[in-house]
Design a protein around this ligand. Structure first.
Ligand SMILES: [Zn+2]
Length: 382
């Protein structure tokens, strides 16, 4: 039986349990390892996470009974690794070789070579720095994780639940374009199209609203909780005082905004409920209780995986991206739950060209196709 990541999160936050805070010492221009940990997933996968101060550049080799992750331009390692008791890794050591640091994993069994396309480098998210995430299984043959067809089939064999949230609604129109296009209308239209496509791809989807009605942000998050969603997607469209500004952007939850723009956006999106951007005090008791620090971090990690997929799919579909980082972080109230997810600003209604695009069926379909792809490529199984 397959166990979804959501089930794993709900069970106890296992697999991510070995996260510890370590002193953040970074040397200018040189990468350093801040933490190393392994976790075990129910289907026999071992996950190795190496947290680094800078974006890691790596190579993997597989000498006898070992796996060696070689990190370029990285200083000596003084952190003590946190190892899961029954994973494939029995010992982790940092060995300096010239200007490289080799993270040497002594293995209980030989492992199948890791497909590079499945390796993730997660950007800093406020609580963590860069994380190199490697998943592997015992064996000698590479698993065909790069076959997209296989992946889609795998996904359709179990029904994953996705809650699609069309932002704003009712008395809250969201932002309004110069031509009068309302954010609440555009995002509802995209949400409905997305629901249809994801349903026919084998997912079980729910909309937070299917009409022009007002919902509080916490209510939206609660719908995701109640439906036991595996993924939560909140759809929005943006506005900027500069009419030139255009492009989509993807956001995940973090108590600390990644940049000033992201912070301002979170304040705008949160303003509808007059929810403060710091703290969880306005949250329903149910959700507040559910959000342990550990879960928050696990949810953040999964959300970033999804957001990375989403930005990649949008880029691949040649949808304009707002200049700057591909994923941003900010304290969005609607994302505060135990469900991994992202807030997608589909484009700028304040830009005349994008306003026209966002209204058009063909562009909405293009956005939907990209999002469907990103969902299919998201690894629901741990
Ligand atoms: Zn919005």
């Amino acid at each position: 039986m397959k166990v979804s990541r959501r089930t794993v999160l709900k069970m106890s936050g296992v697999g991510f349990a070995a996260i510890t805070m370590l002193p953040r010492v970074a040397f200018a221009g040189r990468n350093s390892v801040l933490s190393m940990r392994t976790g075990v997933q129910p289907n026999g996968k071992t996950r190795l996470v190496i947290e680094t101060s800078l974006r890691p550049s790596y190579d993997i080799s597989y000498p006898q009974n070992q796996m060696v992750v070689s990190l370029a331009n990285t200083g000596a390692c003084s952190v003590s690794p946190k190892l899961s008791g029954d994973g494939l890794v029995k010992k982790l050591t940092g060995v300096s070789v010239g200007d490289k640091l080799n993270v040497v994993a002594d293995l209980r069994k030989s492992v199948a070579p890791i497909d590079k396309s499945s390796v993730m480098i997660l950007p800093p998210n406020g609580d963590n720095e860069y994380r190199l995430v490697l998943d592997f299984v015992a064996g000698t043959n590479a698993t065909d994780t790069n076959s997209k067809n296989d992946k889609s089939e795998k996904i359709s064999s179990k029904q994953y639940v996705i809650v699609i949230d069309a932002g704003h609604g009712g008395k809250d129109p969201g932002c309004i374009g110069k031509g009068g296009t309302r954010e609440k209308t555009v995002v509802l239209s995209v949400a409905k199209k997305l629901k249809k496509e994801l349903d026919s791809a084998g997912f079980k989807t729910y909309l937070t609203r299917s009409g022009d009605n007002f919902l509080k942000l916490a209510e939206r998050a609660e719908i995701a909780e109640k439906r036991h969603a595996d993924l939560f997607l909140s759809l929005h469209a943006n506005a900027n005082p500069s009419r030139q500004t255009r492009g989509y952007s993807v956001y995940t939850l973090s108590e600390k905004a990644s940049d000033e723009e992201a912070q301002k956006l979170a304040e705008t999106e949160n303003a509808v409920d007059k929810i403060g951007v710091s703290g969880f005090e306005k949250f329903s008791k149910e959700i507040r209780v559910a959000l342990s620090a550990l879960q928050q971090r696990a949810v953040a990690e999964l959300s970033e995986e999804y957001a990375t997929n989403c930005a990649r799919a949008m880029d691949n579909a040649s949808i304009d991206r707002l200049p700057g980082p591909s994923i941003r972080h900010a304290p969005f109230a609607v994302l505060r739950s135990t469900v991994p997810g992202a807030l997608i600003e589909l484009g700028h209604l304040s830009n005349a060209t994008e306003e026209k695009l966002l209204k058009s069926d063909s562009h909405q379909n293009k956005l939907v196709r990209a999002i469907v792809k990103s969902v299919k490529n998201y690894n629901f199984d741990v």
